[in-house]
Write a protein that binds this ligand. Structure first.
Ligand SMILES: Nc1ncnc2c1ncn2[C@@H]1O[C@H](COP(=O)(O)OP(=O)(O)OP(=O)(O)O)[C@@H](O)[C@H]1O
Ligand SMILES: [Mg+2]
Length: 278
């Protein structure tokens, strides 16, 4: 009994995803662009983990590295303790762009495609799973429609249904609602949280909106401007769409703003001293 309990505790302590001292670089013919500098964070099963930072701080690059598209120049990324070396069906990305669905496939075919290719399901099995997933995002009636007949929000729902149908270990989302109007964006945030309640997946979500980070996230990693370094990691599970606009929510948003954009004291102090010494 005691041994069993000990084992459970140790399993819980192992993060699902570990990003460990990861620097990411792009090599162009002229120069090397450092996108992130020694970034570390742990994502536990069931987390809604948000990467938040200003444009160009390397959020998308970090997500691509977790997806296995960009190899770290330093450090490593581990999923369930195993080093991430390439893309795999255990990590699915939902992007910002509405054109991530091949236009020649119907909505159902779009959702079925990776199930057939990567999970090797039969046509019937894939269709059943696809329809179930489309039902969850409120698109059961559009299974046989083509993507160009859908609104932006509906296309994003299809992309989310397609990702969730694959049952990834981590769902990766790169500003999935950024191109939507404010009302649709809010509704999609609500739906994502409802899906998470229902399906209990692990989410790694990128945004540069402080409000969206507080609403969507249970934990938030703050990244400094280019190249991205970790500024802070915060809990945010106490906030929801309902708390938006409230005093506590506003105070948290203000605090994050200060952490993101004010020069950190530890870095500012030595610089001020060396300037004074000159
Ligand atoms: N293919 C590329 N080649 C060279 N440099 C790149 C490439 N993609 C991104 N970068 C650079 O890497 C840095 C990080 O880019 P990244 O797209 O990850 O930022 P981001 O935080 O996602 O920004 P945004 O909020 O605008 O989407 C930037 O300085 C960018 O110019
Ligand atoms: Mg980006």
């Amino acid at each position: 009994m005691a041994i069993h309990n000990l084992r459970v505790v140790s399993e819980r302590a192992t993060p699902l995803l570990q990003v460990d001292g990861v620097s990411l670089e792009y090599r162009t013919p002229e120069r090397i662009v450092r996108a992130t500098h020694r970034v570390s964070f742990d994502v536990h099963a069931g987390d809604r983990f948000v990467l938040l930072g200003p444009s160009g701080c390397g959020k998308s690059t970090l997500l691509k590295a977790v997806a296995g598209f960009v190899p770290p120049s330093e450090g490593e990324i581990r999923l369930e303790g195993r080093r991430v070396l390439q893309p795999g069906p255990d990590r699915i990305v939902v992007f910002q762009e509405f054109d991530q669905l091949p236009p020649w496939q119907t909505v159902a075919q779009n959702v079925m495609f990776p199930l057939r290719q990567a999970r090797k399901l039969s046509r019937a099995e894939a269709r059943e799973l696809a329809l179930d997933s489309l039902h969850k995002v409120g698109l059961a009636g559009f299974a046989d429609a083509y993507p160009h007949t859908l609104s932006g929000g509906m296309k994003q729902r299809v992309a989310i249904a397609r990702a969730l149908a694959m049952r990834p270990k981590v769902l990766l989302m790169d500003e999935p609602f950024a191109a939507l109007d404010a009302l649709t964006r809010r509704r999609m945030q609500e739906e994502l949280l409802a899906l998470w309640d229902d399906a209990a997946f692990t989410l790694l979500f990128v945004t540069h909106s402080i409000e969206e980070a507080l609403v969507v996230g249970s934990r938030i990693l703050l990244l400094s401007p280019h190249p991205g370094r970790v500024r802070a990691e915060l809990n945010s599970h106490q906030f929801s769409l309902a708390s938006q606009g409230g005093a506590e929510f506003q105070a948290a948003a203000q605090r994050i703003h200060t952490l993101l954009f004010d020069e950190p004291a530890a870095e500012a102090a030595p610089r001020a001293r060396s300037a004074a010494g000159r």
